[in-house]
Design a protein around this ligand. Structure first.
Ligand SMILES: Nc1nc2c(ncn2[C@@H]2O[C@H](COP(=O)(O)OP(=O)(O)OP(=O)(O)O)[C@@H](O)[C@H]2O)c(=O)[nH]1
Ligand SMILES: [Mg+2]
Ligand SMILES: [Zn+2]
Ligand SMILES: [Zn+2]
Length: 418
């Protein structure tokens, strides 16, 4: 959970720490924006009047957040009046209560009950091509469908932008056109890519129904592979304030595995997975002012992706060293509808040993800098695509495991799913 002090809230869109008594509001009274634009001072008129959309207010803060010029053609405008100077949410134009609360920095919504709801921000990290985008796309679809049935939850998008982004960037291509996703553009090239997808996950069954705010950031591996870009794009702040980190590792990019495995379409080996994680740990240490001996409190799920390619019959002795046989704990199903700690711990132990052997003992050392960590193996697609069309369909394997673990661990309670 975001460790919010009383009266403060961490905005999952811009990561600002907000004083809840100094936020902005949106008044839905249809006359207020027009009245404001007619009555306001010269200075405000220059700031907020839109020539392209007469009668609508220019949303300065949101335009800047999205990297758009507030004076330009693509500035964000709104039919609703934005109240910037109220401490109690009363509209300065019509005098009625305005219920839509906005983050004063980026003007994204602050959900109902933000004070007591637990906002859980997951950041998915990993080098270029490890499978981040496919993983997020498939995980969200699973959370909406099989996970929702299993745990009696609903998943609803927090904003229209989330709905549109998920549908247009992920769902349509993957589930309707049945094609692989493209590599994610650098944040630099596409400011809108910085916009996380935010969902409310509601648990319906419990005595105290709970709502989590989930923010999914799909970073571009390209940005993470460059120190300069990480700094300039403020990715450091995203990472340091996350409630949980999912660090994806592509087995095919690990040299030891890559040189032994036999398959079609084998990708090139990638940058050292230990270097990358050490670097991430270093960022968190310096941003959160930890000493070198302190453990990092953000839970870390280390997740092997593309597990489908590791679960076949070996063709020779060398290949046998890097595959998971029928005796692997991955073949044991987790118990449905609850947090199956035994199953996860068993898999975690096996994956840890596997990565110690195939990557390095130093990598396991780096992982243990995180107080709470667990190892997983997943497959988003369930098979290895040979072309850009997914002719073998999408049959996800264990994608929700890290998420179930994180939700339990971030929540600080093992009771959540019982
Ligand atoms: N076998 C197998 N291959 C996968 C799976 N998921 C992704 N891939 C392959 O990995 C490639 C890269 O996946 P992406 O999800 O785009 O990787 P990414 O980490 O988002 O990459 P960047 O956006 O460039 O950082 C895909 O084009 C697929 O070929 C999987 O579950 N199984
Ligand atoms: Mg991507
Ligand atoms: Zn914000
Ligand atoms: Zn009003």
């Amino acid at each position: 959970m975001s460790k919010t002090e009383k009266g403060r809230y961490t905005c999952p869109f811009c990561f600002s720490s907000i004083d809840l008594s100094r936020i902005h509001y949106e008044c839905t009274n249809p006359l207020c924006a027009k009245t404001f634009l007619e009555k306001c001072s010269e200075a405000d008129a220059r700031r907020y009047r839109s020539e392209l959309h007469p009668g609508e207010e220019i949303d300065l803060e949101n335009s800047v957040f999205l990297g758009r010029d507030p004076r330009g053609r693509d500035a964000v405008t709104t039919k609703n009046h934005i109240v910037r100077n109220s401490s109690d949410g009363v509209c300065d134009i019509c005098g009625r209560a305005a219920y839509l609360r906005l983050c004063p920095v980026c003007h994204n919504p602050i959900p109902q009950g933000a004070e007591d709801s637990e906002s859980t921000v997951f950041v998915v990290l990993g080098s270029k091509g490890v499978g981040k985008s496919h993983y997020i796309a498939v995980l969200i679809n699973q959370l909406k469908n099989s996970f929702a049935t299993e745990f009696d939850t609903t998943l609803s998008p927090a904003t229209d932008r989330t709905t549109v982004k998920y549908r247009d960037t992920y769902y349509k291509r993957l589930y309707e056109e049945r094609r692989k996703l493209n590599s994610t553009p650098s944040f630099e090239a596409d400011r809108a890519a910085r916009d996380p997808m935010i969902y409310y996950l509601r648990f319906l069954k419990e005595d105290h129904p709970r709502v989590y705010t989930l923010a999914f950031f799909d970073t571009a591996g390209e940005d993470l592979d460059s120190t300069d870009k990480m700094l300039s794009l403020n990715i450091n702040a995203f990472i340091s304030r996350a409630s949980g980190i999912v660090y994806l590792v592509d087995p095919l990019q690990i040299p030891y595995i890559n040189s032994r495995i036999r398959m079609e379409n084998k990708p090139h080996t990638g940058p050292d997975v230990n270097d990358k994680l050490s670097y991430i740990a270093g960022i968190i240490r310096s941003n959160n002012k930890l000493r070198s001996r302190d453990k990092i409190d953000i839970p870390l799920a280390v997740v092997l992706t593309k597990a489908d390619v590791l679960m076949k019959a070996p063709e020779n002795e060398e290949e046998n060293k890097v595959l998971f046989g029928p005796e692997s704990s991955l073949n044991i199903d987790r118990e449905r509808g609850r947090y199956d700690k035994t199953n996860f711990d068993e898999i975690s132990t096996e994956m840890q040993e596997y990565l110690r052997r195939t990557v390095s003992p130093a990598f396991i050392q780096t992982v243990s800098q995180f107080r709470h960590h667990e190892f997983f193996a997943v497959s988003a697609l369930g098979n290895n695509p040979t072309g850009s069309v997914l002719t073998r369909g999408i049959t996800p394997y264990r994608v929700e495991d890290p998420f179930i673990w994180l939700l339990n661990t971030c929540g600080g309670s093992q009771e959540r799913f019982k």
